[in-house]
Design a protein around this ligand. Structure first.
Ligand code: LLP
Length: 432
């Protein structure tokens, strides 16, 4: 991993990370606004400005806070939300509702009503009951709702099975089976409260290969043709999801966005020319690839346990509660001692978390300078699905989040207090 140092300390977006740890405490998530904006600018240049009628919707599940959504908004991107909480955060960040797209495989009636009340731009239908549900709510509110169908393109991807979503046997999407999907399409076309725009797919996450996306685009375009032939209906929008891979360790070699988007667009444009079809709007929904590498986590080393001939455990003041990915997906990370950033590695250690769980190992067998209690361990690429999947297991507090920009650093999420951890708890009368 590439990083900058100054006076032996790891620098992040012009800030001394050791000073950040001292000022704000650890565990701490640190996000570089500069790096988030660089990713957005790559997408602007190589996708939004390169093609007509295309959009980027940031998948807010990767990292959703008021400040992050402001950055996304300033980029002119849309936003993908999947729950009332993500929608509420977006509305509280003054995100224009018309630029919000609502996904989710089991949206509740309350969530749909909330989305329709706020006037979200799109609802992506993910189940067989949803069109009727949306129509009933919209009718009551005298509104029409733009919808897409999330389809299951039946492609297999090379990633951890826990984060692959486009295969046939999946809880996500509607199978492309004429007996299942086509009655839904007919229903959508005939229902005045919904405006059927097109199809959505998301094949999986942390992908380095574009084959799954390209096969799914072909499948979606075949469907566009079939819908035209069967219903004389013209699809106006296609959403190709997210899933673009990032670098967690030196073993990961991520590709630029254009490696995915150029051939996808080529397929769409070729299809439109061959079929004399108006170019549908094309939307992508990246989450991880916008924020993962912009974020690091800072932890303080506490207990050090050497098991002679076996392993040396160095424990941090957080772990699976602020980054569940190693425990959940066997995800690999790397890091350095932020306060000894120029020192050569001299020992192999295993960085373990403090949760009561054997899988709470952040990095196994990492070469570091001599590790001492009080050192600051910085883990790279924790910006996506770290804070957003954090938990209070063992009643550990959710860490604070700091945003940096060219030497400035400010808190964007305060550290949870112990009182906040128990604030919703009650003792019933019969126990008193
Ligand atoms: N759109 C839809 C409909 C999705 O389901 C997802 C991710 C995305 C977009 C964004 O995918 P991305 O660009 O971030 O790969 N917690 C897991 C990842 C779960 C992703 C679920 N869906 C992890 O930490 O690896």
């Amino acid at each position: 991993m590439e990083f900058e140092t100054q006076n032996g300390h790891l620098m992040w977006d012009g800030c001394d990370t050791v000073a950040l740890a001292e000022k704000f405490g650890t565990p701490l998530y640190v996000f570089s606004q500069t790096m988030i904006e660089e990713k957005c600018q790559e997408l602007q240049r190589d996708f939004v400005e390169k093609y007509e009628n295309v959009r980027v919707a940031f998948a807010s599940k990767a990292f959703s806070t008021l400040a992050m959504l402001k950055i996304v908004q300033q980029q002119g991107f849309s936003l993908d939300v999947v729950s009332d909480g993500e929608l509420y955060t977006a509305i509280k960040a003054d995100f224009p509702a018309a630029h919000i797209e609502m996904n989710g495989n089991n949206k509740s009636i309350e969530e749909l009503a909330m989305a329709i009340d706020y006037g979200v731009g799109r609802i992506i239908v993910d189940s067989l009951q949803e069109v009727d549900l949306i129509a009933a709510i919209a009718k009551e509110k005298n509104k029409t709702v733009d919808i897409l169908f999330r389809i299951t393109p039946e492609v297999n991807v090379q990633t951890h099975s826990f984060i692959s979503t486009g295969q046939k046997d999946s809880k996500f999407g509607i199978p492309i089976d004429e007996a299942i999907l086509f009655p839904q399409i007919q229903n959508a076309i005939e229902t005045p409260e919904v405006n059927f725009l097109g199809f959505h797919f998301h094949v999986g996450s942390q992908l380095f290969d574009n084959h799954a996306h390209l096969s799914a685009v072909t499948i979606a375009l075949d469907l566009v043709k079939l819908v035209k032939a069967s219903f004389d209906y013209t699809i106006k929008e296609l959403n190709f999801g997210g899933g673009f891979g990032v670098q967690y360790t030196d073993a990961d070699q991520p590709k630029p966005f254009s490696y995915f988007t150029d051939p996808m667009m080529e397929k769409v444009l070729e299809f439109c020319e061959a079929e004399q079809f108006p170019q549908p709007a094309v939307v992508i929904e990246p989450g991880r690839s916008i924020v993962a590498e912009a974020g690091i986590s800072l932890h303080t080393i506490g207990a050090i346990k050497e098991l002679p001939g076996l392993r040396k455990y160095v424990s941090i003041d957080g772990g699976m509660t602020d980054n569940i990915r190693p425990g959940l997906y066997e995800a690999e990370y790397t890091g350095i001692l932020a306060n000894k950033a120029d020192d050569a590695a001299v020992e192999k250690v295993t960085v373990s978390g403090k949760a009561c769980e054997s899988t709470d190992i952040l990095v196994k067998d990492i070469e570091l300078p001599t590790v001492e209690t009080g050192d600051i361990f910085a883990t790279f690429s924790t910006g996506a699905y770290g804070f957003s999947m954090a938990s209070n297991y063992n009643k550990l507090a959710i860490p604070a989040v700091v945003l940096t920009k060219a030497g400035q650093a400010e808190i964007i999420v305060k550290r949870q207090t112990l009182d906040q951890i128990i604030q919703n708890e009650e003792i019933p009368e019969f126990l008193k």
